[in-house]
Design a protein around this ligand. Sequence first.
Ligand SMILES: CC(C)(COP(=O)(O)OP(=O)(O)OC[C@H]1O[C@@H](n2cnc3c(N)ncnc32)[C@H](O)[C@@H]1OP(=O)(O)O)[C@@H](O)C(=O)NCCC(=O)NCCS
Length: 151
Amino acid sequence: MQLRKPTLDDLHLLFGWINDPFTIRNSRSGKPVAWETHSRWFPEKLLDQNYRFFVGLTDDESPCGLVWFYKNADGIFETSLNLASNWRGKHISEPLLRSAILRNDPDSVYSAEIHNSNVVAIKVFRKCGFKLAYTQPNISTYVRIKKAEAS
Ligand SMILES: CC(C)(COP(=O)(O)OP(=O)(O)OC[C@H]1O[C@@H](n2cnc3c(N)ncnc32)[C@H](O)[C@@H]1OP(=O)(O)O)[C@@H](O)C(=O)NCCC(=O)NCCS
């Protein structure tokens, strides 16, 4: 899948994706993001070297989803994946996540926190080489360690 870096022109597009009801339900806070928060947070993080954003592009170059990584103090890339609702159910989330990891750094360690009820996301992350590392009642942490595991 083709990827591009988002720009400030994507501010409204990403705001819509973040506030999709299914995305909210599967987010850590479980709450919508206010425009005030998003319009401050996103431009700031675009300039932060520890944040890496990738927008997926379909064959006709439509933006279809976002992967973003946050490099934490341990050097682990905390991973989020969100597909535009009109592109869900088409099996493009796996190539999107896989491409973003390869483009970012295939040899680094990645982690993702996923609600235990989010069976679709768990499936996609597992296919990209993530394995269950730590589980809590509602949410579990998945980790991807080796490049070979995602191929
Ligand atoms: C997670 C997400 C990116 C997955 O994308 P998607 O387009 O919905 O999923 P896909 O169509 O690629 O399907 C992935 C797999 O889940 C399966 N699946 C779909 N719905 C399912 C369901 N209700 N139960 C079980 N499996 C299901 C699909 O069949 C597919 O498996 P397969 O390839 O073996 O057939 C998307 O649902 C999303 O944006 N969710 C909101 C944000 C989120 O939850 N992010 C994850 C935490 S970071």
